[in-house]
Design a binder for this molecule. Structure first.
Ligand code: S3P
Length: 203
């Protein structure tokens, strides 16, 4: 993928990293949050939406509502591939959305077409955290079907290794929330989104 001269090779002191510059011109004014389970997409996304007066949308919630079952139940009854189809359909249903923060399920980047759709939807931010912090956060909630394994620590490690390049490739901006309060992470997302959206109007 084309990388602009604005790319910062290393994260800066604020735990943020810009992937792309003005070639994002023409993007729709939604903020799309991607990242692993436990990276703070829902909590940080709600804060961002609240502060900008944007609508908050969650792809998992759309699936749950459409199917009428919780995510764990869907995995148990229909399996992961079927869940992935519902997840892609949820993403496609956001075609006309504007001024929204879209929080996505951690596996949404697995499907190449989804990665294109995410970019078409708006400014894509990868919320990340260290593996230790992620494991600590996901351990508090036992509902996630993919982590119901004999060794969830190794599962987190393997899933993260596999997905990291996909998040990296899909995102225009990264915020590492390992040592950031949710408020600070939300502020970082908002500041960068404002910059990205104003490039669009200047262009
Ligand atoms: C998944 C993440 C979950 C949910 C499902 C699968 C994944 O969403 O979509 O359990 O594959 O990483 P969160 O990232 O919001 O936990």
């Amino acid at each position: 993928m084309e990388r602009g001269p604005w790319r910062e090779a290393m994260p800066n002191a604020f735990g943020t990293r810009r992937h792309f510059g003005p070639e994002s011109a023409g993007m729709r004014n939604n903020i799309v949050l991607i990242g692993f389970m436990g990276s703070g997409k829902t909590s940080i996304g709600r804060l961002v939406a609240q502060r900008l007066g944007f609508q908050f949308v969650d792809t998992d919630a759309i699936v749950v509502e459409r199917v009428g079952m919780q995510v764990a139940e869907i995995f148990a009854k229909h399996g992961e591939p079927w869940f992935r189809e519902q997840e892609s359909a949820a993403l496609r249903s956001l075609g006309i959305l504007q001024r929204a923060v879209v929080s996505t399920g951690g596996g949404i980047v697995l499907h190449p077409r989804n990665r294109e759709l995410l970019r078409e939807l708006g400014f894509v931010v990868w919320l990340t955290a260290s593996e230790e912090v992620i494991f600590e956060r996901v351990s508090r909630n036992k509902k996630r079907p993919l982590l119901q394994t004999a060794d969830p620590r190794t599962t987190v490690h393997e899933l993260l290794e596999r997905r990291r390049p996909l998040y990296e490739g899909a995102a225009q901006f990264t915020v590492d929330s390992s040592s950031l309060a949710h408020e600070a992470a939300a502020e970082a997302v908002i500041a960068e989104a404002r910059r990205a959206f104003s490039w669009q109007t200047v262009a």
